[in-house]
Design a protein around this ligand. Structure first.
Ligand SMILES: [Zn+2]
Length: 589
C-alpha cells in the first residue's frame, strides 16, 4: 500500500492540482500564488513541481499533494488518496487502508439507509404525503436530489427489516449507527419514523447521520419536531455543516459562505440561487465549523437567530475571524422571520438581503442601540458593555479606530473615552487569553539567529547546486553546528546524492521537513553556485565570530583571575581562529 501511496504521489502533477484552486505564476524554481489557506495580498505561497511540495511562507501551511487536497477540501487522507489515485489511474489494492473495518461498515449502512429513504420519498407509494409537503414548501425534485432527501415510514421496523433481513446487517451495527434503538422489553425499533429525512454528509459526500423532520400530520407533543442522529464513530456534530458538500464549490468560487440555522433555511436559500449556503443544524456554532469555512471563504455571512445562542455564535465567529483575517457580515432580517420563509416566498428579496449584509460590528451596535435608551446614563453604559468587547477583538488598529469613532459618535461621547474602555478590555480584566494568544509562536517559528538563518539557506542552496558540496565540504563540516540544522547540513554535505527529490527521500524522518523547507525557501530566488559559496563563507565567519566572542569573554575572566598559562592558551586559540578565517577567505575567494 505504501508503494501505491508513493505511486499516486509521483503520478500527480502538483502544479496542475493546486492550479485548480490557486492562480500560479512561474518564479525561479517555483510556481507562486496567493495562499488559499490564509488571506493575503502579496503572494507567499509556493509550489515546487520537482519535489511535489507546496509551502506558504506567510502562514506556514505546506506539504505534499495529499495534504493539499485534505486541507483545501476538508477531507481525510483516505479520501484524498482515493481521489488522486482515480485521477492518476492507479488501482488501489486495499480500499480498507487506514480505515477500521467498523467505520467502513457504518458508512456502508448509512449509505444504504439514505438510498432507502430517498427511494421511499421519490418512488414509494407511502411517500405521497411527504412529497406533497415538500412541494408545498417549494422544494422541487431538483433540490430533493441535490440534498438526497428521503422519507422514513411511520412504522416501527421498516428500515430495520430492510437492512437486517434483506441486506444482512446486524442489529448491533444499526444501533451503533444510531438508526435503531433498544426496546425496554428487548428487541429494537426504528429511530426515525414518519419523518422527512435530511442526510448529513461529510465533506466528501458520505452520509454520516440524519436529521428527520416529523410530518405535520403525525406531529405529537411527545415527539420532537426535528430529530438528530446521535454522535457516532463517524458523526461528530461539532464538525458537521449541513450542505457543506453541496456548497463547497460555490463557496470557493465566490469566496464567501452564508451560514444559516436549519436545514430548511439552507435548502430554500439554495433554491433561491444562493448556493454558497450551509446550515449549523440546531447545534451551537463551533470553532471547527468556522475553520471549515475559513479554508475556502474570505467572508462569512451570518444569518442566525438573534437570540442568546445566536449572539454567542457571532462572538465565536468574530474571535476566529479576527485571528484568521476573515471578514464577518450579518444578514439583518427584520421582524423575526427566518431565511427559509423569505427565500421561499421572495427569492429576490432574500438575495437582496444577502447582498446588503452589514459588517458584524455595525450589526452589534445597531442591535444594542435598538434595545437601549442612550438618553440615559445607564443606557449608554449598557451599549458600551455590549459593543466594547467586540471592538476590543479587532486586530487591525486602523479598523478598530474607525469603529471606536462610530460608537463614540452614536453615544455622543469623546472617542478617547471609548478607546480607554477598549484598552481596559484588551489588557485589563477582559479576555486575557487574547493577549497571550498573540505571543504564542506559530508553527513556522521565525529563526532570529543569524547563524541558523545562514545554515538553513546553505542547506537549501546545496540542494539546488550540489556541485558546490565538494568545494566547501571539509570547511563547513568542521563547524559542527548544533541541533537539527547542524544534522541536516552535515547530511547534505556528506551524501553523494545530487538529486534533490531523492535526497529528501533518503533523509531521516526528523530532518525531512526541515530540508524541504530549506529547499522551498531557497528555490524562490535564482541561487547559483557562487551564491552557495558565499553563503558558506558568511556562515563560517559567523561561526568564527561566535567562537571569538566566547573566547574573549573567557579571556576577560582569566585576566581578572590572573592565570597566565590559561591566558596564553586562549590567545593562541584566538590567533588560530583569525588564521582560519583568512584561509577560508583565500580559498573561497
Ligand atoms: Zn498561507
Amino acid at each position: 500500500m505504501e508503494d501505491q501511496v508513493e505511486e499516486v504521489k509521483q503520478k500527480t502533477d502538483i502544479v496542475g492540482l493546486v492550479g485548480q484552486y490557486v492562480a500560479l505564476k512561474k518564479l525561479g524554481r517555483h510556481q507562486k500564488g496567493l495562499c488559499p489557506f490564509h488571506s493575503e495580498k502579496t503572494p507567499s505561497f509556493m509550489v515546487n513541481e520537482e519535489m511535489r511540495l507546496y509551502k506558504c511562507f506567510g502562514c506556514g501551511a505546506g506539504g505534499d499533494v495529499f495534504k493539499f487536497l485534505m486541507e483545501i477540501e476538508g477531507i481525510d487522507f483516505r479520501d484524498a488518496l482515493e481521489r488522486l489515485a482515480e485521477k492518476a489511474g492507479v488501482k488501489l489494492v486495499s480500499r480498507k487502508f487506514e480505515v477500521p473495518n467498523d467505520k467502513q461498515k457504518l458508512l456502508e449502512v448509512m449509505d444504504l439507509a439514505a438510498r432507502y429513504f430517498h427511494w421511499l420519498l421519490t418512488e414509494g407509494k407511502s411517500g405521497e404525503e411527504a412529497r406533497k409537503y415538500l412541494e408545498d414548501r417549494k422544494i422541487n425534485s431538483n433540490l430533493i436530489d441535490t440534498f438526497n432527501l428521503g422519507y422514513a415510514m411511520p412504522g416501527w421496523d421498516y428500515l430495520m427489516n430492510y437492512l437486517v433481513n434483506k441486506k444482512g446487517y446486524s442489529e448491533e451495527l444499526l444501533e451503533k449507527a444510531g438508526l435503531i434503538s433498544k426496546r425496554t422489553g428487548g428487541g429494537y425499533y426504528d429511530k426515525f419514523r414518519g419523518r422527512i429525512m435530511f442526510p448529513l454528509q461529510d465533506a466528501s459526500g458520505k452520509v454520516v447521520g440524519f436529521t428527520g423532520r416529523i410530518l405535520p400530520s403525525l406531529a405529537k407533543e411527545s415527539e420532537p419536531k426535528y430529530l438528530n442522529s446521535p454522535e457516532t464513530e463517524i458523526y461528530h456534530k461539532g464538525r458537521m455543516l449541513f450542505g457543506f458538500y453541496q456548497a463547497r464549490q460555490a463557496i470557493r468560487e465566490k469566496k464567501r459562505a452564508i451560514l444559516v440555522e436549519g436545514q430548511m433555511d439552507l435548502i430554500s436559500s439554495y433554491g433561491a440561487g444562493v448556493s454558497e449556503t450551509v446550515a449549523v443544524g440546531g447545534t451551537a456554532l463551533t470553532e471547527d465549523q468556522i475553520e471549515m469555512l475559513a479554508r475556502l471563504a474570505k467572508t462569512i455571512y451570518l444569518s442566525l437567530d438573534a437570540d442568546e445562542a445566536g449572539i454567542a455564535a457571532i462572538k465565536r465567529a468574530v474571535d476566529i475571524a479576527e485571528k484568521r483575517g476573515l471578514e464577518i457580515k450579518v444578514v439583518n432580517i427584520e421582524g423575526g422571520k427566518d431565511p427559509d420563509e423569505i427565500a421561499r416566498k421572495f427569492p429576490d428579496k432574500w438575495r437582496e438581503l444577502v447582498e446588503n449584509a452589514i459588517d458584524v460590528y455595525e450589526f452589534v451596535m445597531l442591535k444594542s442601540l435598538e434595545k437601549n435608551d442612550i438618553s440615559t446614563v445607564s443606557g449608554i453604559k449598557k451599549v458600551t458593555e455590549d459593543v466594547v468587547p467586540f471592538l476590543a477583538k479587532i486586530e487591525n488598529s486602523v479598523v478598530r479606530e474607525v469603529w471606536t469613532k462610530k460608537l463614540a459618535e452614536k453615544l455622543g461621547v469623546e472617542p478617547s473615552v471609548v478607546k480607554q474602555e477598549i484598552e481596559r478590555m484588551k489588557f485589563g480584566r477582559g479576555p486575557v487569553e487574547k493577549y497571550q494568544l498573540r505571543n504564542v509562536p506559530d508553527k513556522n517559528e521565525q529563526i532570529d539567529n543569524k547563524m541558523e538563518k545562514l545554515a538553513k539557506r546553505l542547506v537549501g542552496g546545496l540542494l539546488i547546486c550540489p556541485g558546490a558540496k565538494s568545494k566547501i565540504r571539509t570547511w563547513v563540516k568542521d563547524t559542527k553546528l548544533p541541533g537539527a540544522l547542524g544534522k541536516a547540513l552535515a547530511m547534505v554535505l556528506d551524501t553523494d546524492e545530487n538529486d534533490a527529490t531523492r535526497l529528501v527521500e533518503k533523509a531521516p524522518a526528523e530532518l525531512k521537513g526541515l530540508i524541504e523547507d530549506a529547499y522551498m525557501a531557497e528555490g524562490e530566488g535564482e541561487t547559483e553556485e557562487k551564491d552557495v559559496l558565499s553563503l558558506a563563507v558568511q556562515l563560517l565567519r559567523e561561526v568564527i565570530r561566535e567562537k571569538r566572542k566566547i573566547l574573549i569573554d573567557e579571556l576577560k575572566t582569566v585576566k581578572t583571575g590572573g592565570s597566565d598559562s590559561k591566558e596564553e592558551e586562549l590567545s593562541q586559540e584566538l590567533n588560530d581562529l583569525d588564521r582560519e578565517e583568512n584561509k577560508i577567505m583565500v580559498l573561497l575567494g
